[in-house]
Ligand binder design. Sequence first.
Ligand SMILES: Nc1ncnc2c1ncn2[C@@H]1O[C@H](COP(=O)(O)OP(=O)(O)O)[C@@H](O)[C@H]1O
Ligand SMILES: [Mg+2]
Length: 562
Amino acid sequence: MLPFPLPVTSPAQLAYQLLQDSDWAHAHRDLDLPVELRTVLSMIMDSPEPLWIAWGAEEKAFFFNDAYLPFLGGKLHGAMGNRLDVVWADVWADVAEAIDDAFAGRHRSFKNLRLMMDRDGTPRETFWTFSYSPLRMAHGGVAGIICAVTEQTEQVAERDLHVRQVAAITQEAREAHLELVRAREQLRQSQKLEAMGQLTGGVAHDFNNLLQVITGSVDMLLPAWPAGDPKVKFLHAISGASERAARLTAQLLAFSRRQSLSPEVFDAGDGVRALTTILATVLGERVALRMALPERRLPVLLDRSQFDTALINIAANARDATNGTGEVTITLEPVAGVPAVRMAGPLKGPFLAIHIRDSGAGIEADVLGRIFEPFFTTKAVGAGTGLGLSQVFGFVKQSEGEVDVTSVPGYGTTFTLYLPLTDQPTEHSVDMTGHPPTDGAGRTILVVEDNADVADFAVGAVASLGYGVVLARNAESALDELRKDAARFHAVFSDVVMPGVSGLDLGLAIRVNYPRLPVILTSGYSELLSKNPGHGFRLLKKPYSLKQLADALASVETSTGV
Ligand SMILES: Nc1ncnc2c1ncn2[C@@H]1O[C@H](COP(=O)(O)OP(=O)(O)O)[C@@H](O)[C@H]1O
Ligand SMILES: [Mg+2]
């Protein structure tokens, strides 16, 4: 005889057996329990849905059906008929209030409620969807609650996994898209530089040929011109303008990789070391120059003067970017290849990497893509030609290298030149390293040069020989400097072709007003002067080497006895 018989369909089910075996059933076998409890109990025992009931607001006796068994785990033992708050002590704090509500007659339901549940000795995160409904007696009072419940732990875990997967895929797609946009932009930039190179190269090449005719004709006319004819100045004007045009075309040819290079083998470390003074002068006193040059030799086969010019151009930009105060670090290292830069595929092989890092203003993203374009400058008129980085770009490309730039606006910029290392022996490594030992100490040279890039080089070169330097950007300001105090200068080193008063006229004026002050002129077209020997100025033909400059400066000193 069962202690607590109920009219159920299948008395063999486990939940029904547990009820019969429970202390509660034994304790209540003789009690006259309300018929509602028996009705509800037999109903849940017969239901295929997971259901439980708690009976009695005080003791909250806990009954459940077969469908509910899997949710109990290790709690199954002794659960049937036990107090609900004892069986579910681990989650009681989270549900007590809702259960009180249900006993007070209010319906409560939850969707995917998170409960830290301990069913097997370890608390685990679980999720539940359930509803508490009050069980009303005939007289209207609430005697218990019934709960329909499903566990959602797996579904939530699956959903979370799904959400994470979708997020990951979305992120991947976003990154791929950005990468594509970046790649497209880089391709566009490299195609643009390529197209510009072809255009400027073609124009500059043809233009150069025309210039040859112009300068050649002037050179034919000059010596034949009647001495003393004042119209000769028109020929000088043509010649001077041609020189400026030739300088410009040379820069454009450099950008378009069509300049003629004179490669020689030298050690890159020596090459940079020899530039130290020039670079320091270009940077100015308040920009600290640090160098990390490796012990081992790094032989390169490059046009030495283009190499020097590239580094000076980058240093001049660093000076402008730091506004004259900060630091620049030059690091040389051998690398096994060149990473892909602006869609130019990676290059394999032994390369020299020269990193030039500055602590300057950095370059904004929208500017970064344009800096190598010829004539692109963000500087004031006269302060920038926009041709410095074009030279760098053309030089490294023509030398089968690469140039890369990274910049963080507000923090600084790093230019990296990749240049192929050579296994040919270094030719005159001793000559390369040092300058002629010239001691210009105490002597100051007035340098007159209108072109910002050339001025950077000239000032650095003169300073590297140990002289003090004052730079004038045109003949007029050179004359101003002389009017202030001509005695402080030991020589004037002037470009010939300048807007306004030419270097030649400047030299003639100096000869009249400061007859003891030696003048050295520099020009790309020596014919102008060499065919007018009457002027008698010392002339340095561009491009000049440091040694030639040193000799020129030294010779005027001895010849004039200064
Ligand atoms: N180190 C640098 N830091 C910040 N901006 C730079 C740097 N180097 C180059 N730039 C930017 O690139 C532009 C082009 O440089 P460049 O070709 O040398 O021409 P320029 O110096 O005559 O302007 C500069 O005007 C400047 O905006
Ligand atoms: Mg520049």
